[in-house]
Design a protein around this ligand. Structure first.
Ligand code: PHB
Length: 362
């Protein structure tokens, strides 16, 4: 099966086509990666490629407590433990650069300020993980955001590039910009959230400008072969209503990203997260505009991954949640061994238990 064979593109040399997808695990109260995180990723490094959990690019980028960052020298030093541990296993590791935008709460923003977004339109029924009124850790309704000014948008572009430079200093093989799941970049793409009147709002080109400037800034820092992006066309997470120009927006992005020759585009089907499914025929249309490396994640299994690879619609298959309780997921898929179900209460926060404690198949 192609899934288990080595894969090579201009940017990537992988021992197989299985990708560990990014997953928030919130085990870094101080934001600094440590030996426990290194052990977790090393246990899962049979994957050809690992994309880490979303990593904050600045102190306004966070919408969840206890996530790691990539904007201080201590964080860079901490990530070196992780990249070294993964490279020892012959795997390749990208980090996911994350700015949540409006999907955040005043209790976890610097000085208790409003989260920043593409506009002041809130994600009114979505949740961040911060502190409630009594100071207790809790899911809290997202706060009303403040629209970034035009110069501030350029500063966030700069923050992405700065985090990309830090990622390379920390030993990562590249970065994946988080352009998915209703976070800041997608807030700019969506015309129901982006009501801006500057050059970052209005037309498809303007709504895509923030993403493409962030990509170009990362390319200028670390090169196109180390730059990638995650997108969720037709997703709905965190209040992303579908819009008339949705298909045209992603066709435009595919063509623009094609020109830039980046490492990969990582698509996610949000059906696995209780939101809208990626339409069946979308991958065919997307492939017509983009012949670079495509990863798909979200609810895949072995037969469907192999089929999509054989049809040329995707190149690499991403698995998220199955990797949590199955550190040896690659071997289990290869041998058709049963999968251990995860304990969802242990996904976020805590320590080793439910993180590095899951064992290989006996
Ligand atoms: C989550 O914490 O559930 C989460 C984080 C980042 C995503 C999606 C979901 O992109």
């Amino acid at each position: 099966m192609k899934l288990f064979q080595p894969y090579s593109s201009n940017a990537l040399q992988l021992k197989n086509r299985i990708v560990m997808a990014p997953m928030t695990r919130a085990r870094n109260p101080d934001g600094i990666p440590n030996e426990m995180n290194a052990r977790y990723y090393q246990q899962r490094a049979a994957a050809g490629l690992i994309v880490t959990e979303g990593t904050a690019i600045s102190d306004t980028a966070k919408g969840v407590l206890h996530i790691p960052g990539l904007y201080t020298s201590q964080q860079v030093e901490g990530w070196k433990l992780v990249t070294r541990a993964v490279h020892e296993q012959g795997s390749v590791i990208f980090t996911q650069l994350w700015h949540v935008g409006r999907v955040s709460h005043t209790s976890i923003q610097p000085n208790g300020a409003a989260p920043v977004g593409a506009s002041d339109i809130p994600a009114a029924t979505s949740y961040a993980w911060g502190y409630d009124e009594s100071g207790k850790e809790s899911f809290v309704n997202c706060s009303i955001p403040r629209a970034l000014t035009t110069p501030e948008v350029r500063q966030v572009v700069h923050d992405f590039a700065n985090a990309a430079r830090n990622a390379i200093a920390a030993g990562f093989d590249g970065v994946e910009l988080h352009g998915a799941n209703g976070y800041l970049i997608e807030q700019f793409l969506n015309p129901f959230v982006n009501n801006r009147t500057d050059e970052y709002g209005g037309t498809i080109e303007n709504r895509a400008r923030f993403l493409l400037e962030a990509i170009d800034a990362c390319i200028a820092e670390i090169g196109a072969a180390k730059t990638a992006v995650r997108l969720t066309p037709y997703g709905g997470m965190h209040e992303m209503p579908h819009y008339e120009e949705l298909e045209a927006t992603y066709a435009y992005l595919a063509k623009e990203l094609q020109k830039r020759n980046i490492a990969f585009i990582h698509l996610m089907d949000q059906k696995s997260r209780g939101s809208f499914a990626l339409p069946e025929d979308f991958l065919t249309r997307f492939r017509n505009n983009y012949n670079g490396v495509i990863i798909l994640a979200g609810g895949l299994d072995k037969p469907r991954s192999e089929q999509l690879i054989n049809e040329g619609l995707i190149d690499l298959a991403g698995f998220g949640e199955p990797f949590i309780a199955n550190p040896d997921l690659v071997a289990r898929l290869q041998n058709d061994w049963p999968l251990t179900p995860p304990d969802r209460n242990l996904h976020y926060g805590g320590a080793e238990y439910g993180y590095t404690s899951y064992s290989v198949y006996q």
